[in-house]
Every structure is written in C-alpha cells, then in structure tokens.
Design a protein around this ligand. Structure first.
Ligand code: F6R
Length: 253
C-alpha cells in the first residue's frame, strides 16, 4: 500500500505558507539540495511566501541547484509568458542562487533531442531531485506531461492538449499566441525525485483532485503515476478538496 499524505488548509495563503516552509526545511537540512520547480498561478503565492521567509531570515543558497519542469517551445526567455521569465520575476531575481545552478529547458534550442537528453542526464548526474514541487493541470497533467504520456518518459517535446491551450491561453494577449508545443521533464524523471509535493488550489482543481483520488494508475491521467511514489504529499485548499472523501483526508489510499 502506498501512503499519500494529504494536507488540506482553509486558504491559499495557508497552503502557500506550508509549502514554502517545506522547501525551507529541505534547504536547511540539505543546503546542496537539488530542487525541481514548477511555474503557474498555483506557485506564485508559494514563491511569494518563500521569498518573504528568506528576506526575513536569510539563508545561504550558494549550494542549491534547481531544475524547472518545463518551458514553452518557441518563446524567447525574455518573453513575459516564458517560464524562464516567470521564474526570474517570481524567484530567481530576488535570490542568491548561482546562475549556473539554475536550469530551465531551452525552448529555442535547435537540437531539441540533445537538449532533452542532456536535461535528464544533468539531473541524474547530480544524484537526482531531492524534492520536486508540482502543480496539476485541470486535465491531470504534471509538468507538461499530457494524458497518455508514457510513465517511463524522460525530458521530451510535447504537443500541448486543447485543454491546456485553453487553460493557459488566458495568460497570452491572444489565444493564437499560445505555443502549441513545450519541453517537459518526463514522468520517470519526476517519479525518481526522492520527495514530491503536489499543490492544487481553487475550484478549477476540484474535479481533477476527485478524479485523481478515484483513479487507478493509468496513463490517461498523468498525475496518477504519483500513486506509485513512496514520499508524496498533496497540499490542497478547502476548495480543491471539496469532493474528496473524509477517508482521503485521513491520509491513506
Ligand atoms: C508548470 C507546470 C504545470 C502547472 C499546471 C497548473 O510548470 O508544470 O503542470 O503546474 O498547469 O498550472 P496552474 O498553477 O497555473 O493552474
């Protein structure tokens, strides 16, 4: 039996404080930790809390390494909707992590296959991810691993699903500007993280969290791969947890 720890909080603020605190604890315990990071609206308040904490209680981040999950293809790193830009805006510009310790897939690379395999290799060379932070798409994607992605996948190029293009198109001035493809860490890369924290908040995540709870491990629902993981915490606000049975909230599946 795999144990999934559910943590349900009343508000997004509480969710974000708890998640940031988990990151802080990891960095304190292992200053040379390798962190897997996510972007998206769920992570914005998490990173805000993390910064707030580090600004109040400075930490040495000189040994920390980060790998982001994904990046759109075809967007310049300075494009306001690129994940590179997001990470520098929300986190890296304010933190003293050495620039060569920060990794994001290069969505403009010409030899994409080489870039993808080098990305997964770089994670493994450093001994794997100590902690992977995840959001979840309304279709169950993790990173940009869309439904039907092989669970043994490594970093690869994906065609974004219609649902993801609708969900994320809201951030672009025109829906047509939303990229059709992205590079994402694979599900196998994610599963090899020693610890995983998946965060979901708001009404838009209520249905997928119920589906995830009820589903078998199935490639139609990428996040269900996480049910194989030995150290997974799912952090939810009350809204995202609305359809979860009381049994889930007692932590066992
Ligand atoms: C982003 C990522 C995605 C998001 C997911 C949820 O790096 O990996 O899987 O976590 O699309 O996005 P939000 O938080 O915007 O709902």
């Amino acid at each position: 039996m795999t144990l999934i720890m559910y943590k349900v909080f009343e508000t997004v603020d509480d969710v974000s404080r708890y998640t940031a605190q988990r990151l802080i604890e990891k960095i304190k315990a292992t200053p040379s930790a390798v962190l897997g990071l996510a972007t998206g609206s769920t992570m914005e308040p998490v990173y805000a809390k993390l910064l707030e904490h580090i600004q109040q209680t400075p930490m040495d981040l000189s040994q920390l390494t980060t790998f982001n999950l994904d990046e759109y293809m075809g967007l310049n790193p300075q494009h306001p909707q690129s994940y590179n830009y997001y990470m520098y805006q929300h986190l890296f510009n304010q933190l003293d992590i050495p620039v060569n310790h920060v990794h994001l897939p290069n969505g403009l690379a010409s030899d994409i296959e080489a870039v993808c395999s080098a990305y997964s290799d770089a994670i493994q060379t450093l001994g794997g991810l100590d902690l992977q932070l995840l959001g979840i798409g309304s279709n169950g994607h993790i990173g940009f691993n869309e439904p039907k992605t092989c669970f043994n996948s490594r970093t690869h190029v994906v065609k974004l699903s219609e649902q993801t293009r609708i969900d994320n198109g809201r951030f672009f001035a025109e829906q047509s500007e939303m990229p059709t493809h992205a590079i994402t860490m694979g599900i196998q890369d994610i599963l090899e993280a020693k610890e995983i924290i998946l965060v979901a908040t708001g009404r838009n995540k209520t249905d997928i969290m119920a589906q995830l709870f009820n589903s078998e491990i199935d490639e139609d629902l990428p996040a269900s791969a996480l049910k194989q993981h030995k150290n997974l915490t799912i952090v939810l606000d009350r809204e995202a947890a609305t359809l979860l049975p009381a049994q889930a909230l007692k932590s066992a599946i």
